[in-house]
Design a protein around this ligand. Structure first.
Ligand code: HEC
Length: 168
């Protein structure tokens, strides 16, 4: 077992606890909150940068982030309308199985704690994230995604994104 395979669930567990609000709100809501809140904090603290997101997140207080995360966590996911290709979806699923994406993201990319749900995510966004991880332009993942992405070709990235965007 590689170090990161053990390390991520530990860090994920710790972060979701650390970010839970102190009040006795229900745990499921708190977990969802913590997940989105942590994504915001990466921008605020410069671990993830984007010309649009960074200035917006920098001006948010911790409470505002929690409120916004709470709002987003309560929204139903809107399915992607990207026109997928069945052959590419099949190749993407095979690649996901081979690369053990589900070890962290769970089956059908449902997500858990700090590991994001990406099922049904927009095709172009997924391609961009996987390319950015591969090029180490996005590095707020404790090395998990940047190392996985090194093994992916451009075609693998497109097939994986086809599979992910097709999931509901
Ligand atoms: C060892 C654990 C691990 C494995 C294996 C893994 N991921 Fe990830 N992945 C993560 C973590 C952690 C993040 C979130 C980084 C952050 O905090 O923003 C992430 C983020 C992502 C994102 C960006 C999500 C977003 O909303 O920006 C995509 C897309 C993704 N992973 C796809 C994959 C695919 C495809 C595979 C298999 C080829 C895979 N992951 C394998 C841990 C993993």
């Amino acid at each position: 077992m590689k170090f990161h395979q053990l390390f991520v669930p530990l860090v994920a567990g710790f972060l979701s606890l650390a970010l839970l609000p102190a009040s006795g709100q229900d745990i499921a809501a708190g977990k969802a909150k913590a997940q989105a809140c942590a994504a915001c904090q990466d921008y605020k603290e410069g671990r993830r940068t984007d010309p649009v997101m960074t200035p917006m997140a920098t001006s948010l207080s911790r409470q505002e982030m929690i409120d916004i995360a709470n709002y987003f966590a309560a929204q139903p996911a809107k399915p992607s309308t990207y026109k997928t290709d069945d052959a590419k979806i099949k190749l993407g699923k095979a690649k996901a199985d081979e690369t053990l994406c589900s070890m962290c993201h769970l089956g059908a990319f449902a997500g858990q704690n700090e590991i994001p749900r990406v099922a049904g995510q927009q095709y172009d966004y997924v391609v961009k994230q996987l390319r950015d991880f591969k090029a180490r332009k996005r590095t707020n993942d404790a090395g998990n995604m940047t190392s996985v992405a090194q093994t992916l070709s451009d075609a693998d990235i497109e097939n994986l994104a086809q599979y992910i965007t097709s999931l509901r």
